[in-house]
Design a protein around this ligand. Sequence first.
Ligand SMILES: CC(C)(COP(=O)(O)OP(=O)(O)OC[C@H]1O[C@@H](n2cnc3c(N)ncnc32)[C@H](O)[C@@H]1OP(=O)(O)O)[C@@H](O)C(=O)NCCC(=O)NCCS
Length: 166
Amino acid sequence: MRGADSAKPARRSRVEMTEIVLPEDTNQYGHAWGGRVMALIDKAAAIAAVRHSRTNVVTASLDSLTFRAPVKLGHILKLYAAVNAAFHSSMEVGVKVVSEDPLTARQAHCCSAFVTMVALGGDGRPTAVPRLLAGRSEERRRQRDAMRRRRARLAQRERRRRRARP
Ligand SMILES: CC(C)(COP(=O)(O)OP(=O)(O)OC[C@H]1O[C@@H](n2cnc3c(N)ncnc32)[C@H](O)[C@@H]1OP(=O)(O)O)[C@@H](O)C(=O)NCCC(=O)NCCS
């Protein structure tokens, strides 16, 4: 499997994306649609996962998402994405979304999400990704937390599979 033997530092796949909220992104109250923010989260996560794996990737799952503060028309959105952990073919990417009032520069934490991205090989099947080198203590903590969340996700997947069996 390609990539499995190599290792890459977490910082190499970090993403910072900046967007502005335009009228087509908002509802009738001038607040951004949650779905638009989710699409940006997906995009930032995909870029981080591609940078780590240098393969095509697909989104396997997104953990629960809570919007803490509304994002308004004209506000600037900043997305910070980083690969928290790389498993076999999957990677957990953490994405933090911060909104910025363009006139006051005041920032608010809009939401955070954990996205699982899966690397695909040339045959369209999951393929191995490089190991993640978590150097700083903050990166190691994120890696440990991601492993714990992965166990919960896989257990949930197994429960769903069992329920779906005839
Ligand atoms: C994600 C997908 C590639 C997994 O394929 P699969 O045949 O189930 O493959 P596997 O069981 O070997 O799983 C591959 C990896 O995905 C992970 N995975 C699969 N489903 C998952 C889920 N719901 N949540 C988290 N991880 C998941 C597995 O744990 C495994 O990770 P690992 O290799 O690091 O251990 C497949 O389900 C798929 O293509 N889904 C659609 C993806 C897509 O189109 N996304 C965009 C939606 S519009």
